[in-house]
Structure formats: C-alpha cells, structure tokens
Design a protein around this ligand. Structure first.
Ligand SMILES: [Zn+2]
Length: 335
C-alpha cells in the first residue's frame, strides 16, 4: 500500500518530541511541561518535568470534531519548535518510516516545508539533507520514502524560492515533487503562478493543496498552472465540468477523510464525495494527511470511509490501485 499525502511535522509522536527535546536540550515550555502528579503533589524532579504523552498529544492533536483550518494548523507549533536541526528532522523521518512500515506501507511520499526548520540558523538545504539521510534507514525497513517539499502560503517569496530551487536540485535524489501548503482561503493558488511556471519549465512535478478551504476555482487554478496532482480537491464535487476534466486527464486527488472532517472541508463522512468521485471515473487516493494531528492511520481511514453512502469493498481495491498509479515516480513514467 502507498501513502501519498503525509506531513512529517503533523505526524510526530510524543516519544519522538521528548527524545529530540532531551537530545537537543530543548526546554519544553511551562505549558508543555505539565509535570506528572505524584500523590496529588507535583514534585519537580528532572524526570517528572517531562510532560506526559497526554499533555503533548493535547497540543499536537486536533480535539474537537470540527473546527477551522486555522485551528488545525495550530497543532503544528510544538512539532515545528523541536524540528530545528538536520538531526532532529532525520530522526523524525526515521521514526515515521518505522510507523509506516509497521502498517504495511511500502512506499510513502512524505512532505514538509524546509523553511519552517531554519530557526536555529540551519539552511533549508541542510535540513533537507538531514531528511534525506533517513532514506537508507527506511529502505532497511522495507519501505521506500521520498520527500515532497512544501512552499508555504503567506511566507516570503525568498523562502519559497529557496524551497523551489532545492526541489529542482534534489529532484530524483530524495525529492519527488513540490507542493504548496498553508491557508488556501487567505492565499489563492494564482498568487504562486511564477513559482509553478518555473517548476514546470524545469520538469519538476508538483501537487497543490487546493479545493480544501477554498472552492472549485482553486482546483481549476492549480490545474491551469500544471499541477500533476491535487491535495484534497474536495470542492470539485460542486463542479461537474471540473470532475469530468479530472477524470479525463487522470489527475489524482489526494483525499484525507479525517482531516477534511476536522477542518470542516467535509460536513459528514456519509456524504463525503469519495464514492461519487470514483463513480465518475476519477483517480482518488486515500491518505492520512497528519497522523498525530488527526490521530489517524491508513487503517483507520479505510475503516472510516466504510461509512460513506454507497461504499463497497471494490472501492478499497480501486483506491489502493490508484495510490499505486498516482505516486510521482509512476506518474513520471506515464508521461
Ligand atoms: Zn496536507
């Protein structure tokens, strides 16, 4: 089974956060360090100064059933704070690979935004090289991983340009594609046209988070700019012509059901448009988006989508086949 839409920073377990904090002497803030109570008293020894897994999870996981994309994005603050060295990023990617391998995933495209990991003075390139070092470890576990580099909406052009250039430089050497992430409702895809036309000129594949917090026009815009895949794309359900186009041009959608319910991109699992997309011949895939933020796994996602009206076991087979076809390495072969 393949997984194609998975954010590294949204998939850190509490034990990974604690390990990095310990190794790198990162003081978890007083909010993180809710010390574990001992017989009703809080004895602040070195050991119990460490926050409990529950305290960490409550910061990194989305708790209420529904909220906004902005609430969802807050869950990334702690992971980003600890992922500020190449070593930390490498370790996180290794531990995530272990988790994926345990779940029976043998190919994963993991994404992150290198520009969010430069607060200690490392360059985006040094951070990326840290991540790439995890590839060898992953292959020992029987899993092939590669990275999608995210440009970020609302961040500086300079930082996004650096990400774009890195993706071009390391394409085929640990990087499989470029992405645009962040709050789509505030920063439309069209504002990034210059970046994507450069990527297209360089032959760099890209996906775009689109049709999640904004409407069908956002997906159309991403397609106009040459996106190979669409992250989420839920809003396509409101536009028949767009669905027809996506089906005819075999543009894969990276759907993330739990995440879409949490951010309010989808209103209910019963009416989640995945089955309708499949019936219209669209190349739909299922993904976790953020394993920790959404408290999910691929197995949980496949359990959840059984509740969609009209879902059949045959759909599961299609989804797994689509995820195989829609990997960037296979899309490149098909072009
Ligand atoms: Zn995403």
């Amino acid at each position: 089974m393949n997984e194609l839409h998975l954010h590294l920073d949204g998939s850190l377990t509490p034990s990974v956060v604690k390990k990095i904090a310990e190794e790198e002497h990162i003081e978890l803030s007083s909010e993180d360090a809710l010390c574990q109570e001992t017989k009703g008293k809080c004895e602040r020894t070195a050991e119990n100064m460490l926050p409990s897994d529950e305290a960490l999870l409550s910061q990194m996981s989305f708790s209420s059933e529904k909220g906004t994309l902005a609430d969802y994005l807050k869950c990334f603050e702690l992971p980003i704070r600890v992922l500020q060295t190449p070593q930390a990023v490498r370790f996180a990617a290794m531990k995530l690979s272990e988790e994926l391998a345990r779940e029976g995933i043998f190919y994963a495209e993991i994404r992150f935004a290198p520009q969010f990991h430069t607060q200690k003075g490392y360059t985006q390139e040094q951070i990326l090289l840290g991540a790439i070092e995890a590839l060898g470890y992953a292959s020992l576990l029987g899993i092939e991983i590669s990275f999608i580099l995210c440009m970020m909406r609302g961040q500086s052009d300079k930082a996004n340009e650096e990400t774009l250039n890195l993706a071009v430089k390391y394409f085929g050497r640990g990087v499989c594609a470029l992405d645009l992430a962040g709050d789509e409702a505030l920063w439309p895809v069209g504002a990034y046209e210059g970046f994507f036309s450069y990527a297209a000129k360089k032959g760099l594949p890209f996906t775009v988070h689109a049709g999640e917090a904004a409407g069908a026009e956002s997906v159309e815009e991403a397609l106009r700019l040459g996106a190979w895949r669409i992250g989420h794309g839920i809003a396509a359900i409101n536009d028949r012509e767009l669905m027809k186009y996506l089906a005819e041009h075999h543009i894969p959608l990276e759907m993330c059901p739990t995440s879409n319910l949490q951010t309010g991109a989808a209103q209910s699992i019963e009416a989640y448009p995945l089955v309708e997309f499949l019936e219209r011949g669209m190349c739909v895939t299922v993904n976790t988006d953020n394993r920790t933020v959404s408290n999910t796994t691929m197995n949980k996602e496949f359990e959840l989508i059984k509740r969609i009206n009209g879902y059949s076991e045959n759909n599961k087979r299609q989804l797994i086949e689509h995820a195989e076809m829609a990997s960037f390495k296979n899309l490149a072969k098909a072009r």
